[in-house]
Every structure is written in structure tokens, then in C-alpha cells.
Design a protein around this ligand. Structure first.
Ligand code: UDP
Length: 336
């Protein structure tokens, strides 16, 4: 059992990208534990309406002076959760410069500002896409990192910068390698709202609801049991909880860790479609299409390090709960 009641009373925690899907859930969880999440967001992908649990500063990570000024407005925060980045894999392949600028330069500006103001704890959202194509499943954190996509390459570059800051300046950090964030808070007040939406579960729900043109399967010729890609889907509330546990173990003296955040279970695209049909009682209209550039065949976590270091086990991540909570959120959003 993790430590669900870890108390954050009186703590200011900066959440960069707190207007985004995962960020909003992290902010809500921080507030539930008594902390004050302070959102830094440029609201390019995030949403102002998703900032409900503390103040925000509208700031762009590419603007170093503005980031420093934002920190100076909040001198009591020494812990930063960094979730802001460009994430759409296909876009990174087509226009890499924006990814390197936003993700890599942005993170460097953040690290420089943190050092300048003396904020010495960072929780960073990296990705399983840093590992690359391998048959070694489940993925251990020690697996070779040889990312295939521009997205994965930018996240790996940031992992390296953080390690360098740890070594040179004593930055304390937990880097989470997220697997597939999914689901929504049971309240229905926050959920996945990407524009354009590229992720499988919201797109399949949209197709099931009869909105749009049906789901495209990005490749059915992969070397997997049913030919579609396999991924490890973890509920966004579990991801948020892992961040609280990371703060707890850093309070207890942990200075550096790279940690997978997944469930350890892999599901194919077709298995997800079947599960959606079961939970919603609707049919998901789909058709096979070509592979999407940048996608890997299969990715699922060895989740034991999170269990050992953070005392963290996902509790909301059954496929049924992921789909039911996502459906609950989207149905309300689409007025169904
Ligand atoms: N996928 C798909 N159709 C879609 C969206 C995604 O077939 O409209 C596939 C995608 O190729 C991948 C899996 O679903 O194999 C999960 O993709 P998603 O974009 O949700 O997350 P990713 O694994 O890329 O982070």
C-alpha cells in the first residue's frame, strides 16, 4: 500500500505544464494533500480552465528571463514538477526544430532558473519512448536508451542534462519514464483534452460515439500476436500519486532516480478497442491504415523499481477503470 496521506501542508510546489492533462491531475492531488500547486504554463497545449487548485503564471519556457521572473514571484518553492513539452510523435518527425526548442532548450532554461533561485528538487516527466526498439520486455530502467522518435530523443537529452546538473550542482531529481497516460479523474472535472487529439483511447471513444470518421489503426503488420502495437496504459491518477511519493522519498533523502511509471501489462490496439466496446456497450468503427512514423512495436514496463523505491503500485489502472473514467469525462465534454 503506498502512503496516500503524505502531507504537503504549507508546501508550494511548482508544476510546469500544470494546465495540461497530467499536470491538472498532479495539481489536484497536491492540493488534496494540503500543498499549493503553482502552475507555470504558456497555455499553448494546456488549458487555463484546468488550473483550479492554485495560482498560475503564464510563461513560456523558451523565455529564460520570464522563467526566472516567475520563480522570483514564488520564492518558497524548492520543488518543481516539469511536465511541459511537445508530445505529438508524428509532429516531431515532420518539424523537429520546434521539439528541440520547446523541450530541450525549454528544459535547459528551467534548470538554469532553478539553479539561480536555489530550487534543488525536480520531478521530470520523461517517456518509455527513450528506450527504442527492443525485444527486451518488460523494460527495465537499465535498458539501453536508443530513442527512435524525435520526441524520445528530446526527452533523453533532457534526462542527460538533469543527470549533469545532479553531478555538477547537486540537483536532486526523480525522472519518471511514463508509459501511456490514460483515463481521467473520477470527478469528471478534468481529463484528456489535446487539440488535435492523437491518442488511442480518446480517439477510439470518439469513434464509438459516432463522432468523426472512425478510428484508423496505425499499422496491423507489427510483430505482435495480433499485428497491432502493444502499450502499457497507466491511469493518470496513479501517475499523479507517484509524484507525491517521489516528493516523499526526496524529503527522505533520495537524491536521484530514473523510474518507469507503468503497470507492467501490455495491451494491443485491438485489445483496447475490444475493452472499449465492452465498457461502453458501443461498437468502435475502425479501419486498418499504414504505420505512424516514430511508433515502436511494443513497450511495457518492468514496474518493480517504482514499487521498491517509491512504495508505489498503480491502483486505478485496470483497463475497465481507465476506459470508464475516460468515457465519463468525454461523454460530458461532448454533451452525450
Ligand atoms: N493508435 C492508433 N490510432 C490512433 C491513435 C493511436 O492506431 O488514432 C495507436 C498508435 O499507433 C500506438 C497506440 O495506438 O500504437 C498508442 O498510441 P498513442 O498515441 O495513444 O500513445 P503513444 O504510445 O504513441 O504514446
Amino acid at each position: 500500500m503506498p502512503n496516500p496521506d503524505y502531507d504537503l501542508s504549507g508546501r508550494d510546489i511548482i508544476v510546469v505544464g500544470g494546465g495540461g492533462y497530467i499536470g491538472a491531475h498532479v495539481c489536484k492531488t497536491i492540493a488534496e494533500r494540503g500543498g499549493r500547486p503553482i502552475v507555470f504554463d504558456n497555455f499553448q497545449a494546456g488549458h487555463e480552465h484546468a488550473v483550479k487548485w492554485g495560482p498560475f503564471v503564464k510563461v513560456d519556457l523558451r523565455d529564460r528571463a520570464a522563467i526566472l521572473a516567475a520563480f522570483e514571484q514564488h520564492p518558497n518553492a524548492n520543488t518543481v514538477v516539469h511536465l511541459a513539452s511537445s508530445i505529438e510523435v508524428g509532429e516531431g518527425e515532420k518539424a523537429p526544430e520546434g521539439f528541440y526548442e520547446n523541450n530541450v532548450s525549454g528544459a535547459l532554461n528551467l534548470l538554469m532558473a532553478m539553479r539561480e533561485v536555489g530550487a534543488d528538487r525536480l520531478i521530470f516527466s520523461s517517456t518509455c519512448a527513450t528506450y527504442g526498439e527492443t525485444q527486451n520486455m518488460p523494460l527495465l530502467e537499465s535498458e539501453i536508451q536508443n530513442p527512435f522518435s524525435v520526441y524520445g530523443k528530446t526527452k533523453l537529452a533532457i534526462e542527460h542534462m538533469i543527470q549533469s546538473y545532479h553531478k555538477a550542482y547537486g540537483l536532486n531529481y526523480v525522472t519518471f519514464r511514463y508509459f501511456n497516460a490514460s483515463g481521467a479523474d473520477a470527478s469528471g472535472e478534468i481529463g484528456e483534452e489535446h487539440d488535435p487529439e492523437t491518442h488511442l483511447i480518446p480517439n477510439a471513444l470518439k469513434a464509438a460515439a459516432g463522432l468523426g470518421q472512425g478510428l484508423k489503426l496505425f499499422g496491423t503488420d507489427y510483430d505482435t500476436p495480433d499485428g497491432t502495437c502493444v502499450r502499457d496504459y497507466i491511469h493518470v491518477n496513479d501517475i499523479a500519486e507517484a509524484h507525491i511519493q517521489a516528493i516523499r522519498v526526496m524529503d527522505g533523502g533520495l537524491t536521484q532516480a530514473e523510474v518507469n511509471l507503468g503497470t507492467g501489462e501490455g495491451y494491443s490496439v485491438l485489445q483496447i478497442i475490444k475493452a472499449i466496446e465492452k465498457v461502453t456497450g458501443l461498437t468502435v468503427p475502425y479501419e486498418a491504415g499504414p504505420r505512424r512514423e516514430g511508433d515502436l512495436t511494443q513497450l511495457y514496463a518492468d514496474a518493480s523499481r517504482a514499487r521498491n523505491i517509491l512504495d508505489f503500485t498503480p491502483e486505478h489502472s485496470s483497463l475497465e477503470n481507465i476506459i470508464a473514467t475516460a468515457w465519463n469525462f468525454h461523454r460530458a465534454k461532448w454533451g452525450l
